[in-house]
Ligand binder design. Structure first.
Ligand SMILES: C[S@@+](CC[C@H](N)C(=O)[O-])C[C@H]1O[C@@H](n2cnc3c(N)ncnc32)[C@H](O)[C@@H]1O
Length: 227
């Protein structure tokens, strides 16, 4: 998979050079390119934003640098997404769908956003990471890239992605590691006796309880699917 991220702030992307994502890049499972939109603006000032037509607060990212930046990477197999609070809310199902694509282009807005003609011309989908407004699309692009890359084959073990939060519309059970007793707090006995059937039942029960408590909406989705 190839991910091209278009931004005015390329230095914000250091987190994609660490840990599991770095290993995925180093082993060739994903190629990530951070593209500076300003490189496509005109000298001498390399201006990328201007005031909104019709008035209003803030600045809007201009068409020309964005068009040129997109055209420099866009191909027949590309899917383009604009990070935007107006977009469809990104979730684990979207991450699974995006992980099947060959080439993703993520556009990071800043200030008040981007000129609508960019979205219309390239038929770009808008993706939100939640119902709040951030200063820029850089953190959302990293969130989307991370969630997608960890689902690519052999980036993490397949088992980890099967039994985790949101698979089957449930949240994950509680996890423990050594020591079995820490400051007089013991790990649940059932996890120590090696009875895999009992462990599975215990974890399923916990998953249901945690989901009921924190995300009852997910359980409702499950019962809808059954009907
Ligand atoms: C201050 S926001 C612009 C908000 C825009 N004026 C609005 O009201 O919808 C600047 C940029 O941050 C990004 N952004 C902010 N919140 C986001 C979210 N929840 N999900 C995805 N991107 C977001 C977008 O790229 C956006 O263009």
């Amino acid at each position: 998979m190839k991910i091209d991220i278009l931004t005015l702030f390329p230095e914000m992307f250091a987190p994609l050079k660490e840990s599991i994502i770095k290993r995925a890049v180093d082993s060739g499972k994903v190629e990530i390119n951070i593209i500076n939109i300003r490189d496509f603006a005109n000298p001498p000032h390399y201006k990328c934003d201007d005031e909104p037509f019709g008035g209003g607060a803030g600045m809007i990212m201009m068409c020309e640098p964005l068009f040129k930046a997109i055209e420099s990477v866009n191909q027949a197999n590309s899917s383009i997404f604009y990070m935007s609070p107006r977009g469809k809310v990104f979730n684990q199902n979207c991450a699974v769908e995006l992980s099947k694509l060959e080439h993703i282009i993520l556009i990071c807005g800043h200030y008040e956003g981007i000129d609508q003609r960019v979205l219309d011309y390239f038929k770009i989908s808008e993706l939100s990471i939640g119902d709040y407004v951030l200063t820029g699309g850089e953190l959302p692009a990293m969130v989307v890239a991370d969630a997608v890359i960890r689902l690519l084959p052999n980036v993490i073990t397949a088992e980890s992605t099967i039994e985790e939060s949101f698979s089957n519309n449930l949240l994950e059970y509680n996890q423990y590691t050594r020591p079995a007793v820490f400051r007089e707090m013991s790990v649940p006995e059932v996890l120590l006796n090696g009875n895999h059937k009992k462990i599975k039942e215990f974890r399923e029960q916990q998953s249901i309880e945690i989901t009921k408590r924190n995300r009852p909406d997910l359980l409702r989705k499950n019962s809808k699917n059954k009907n």
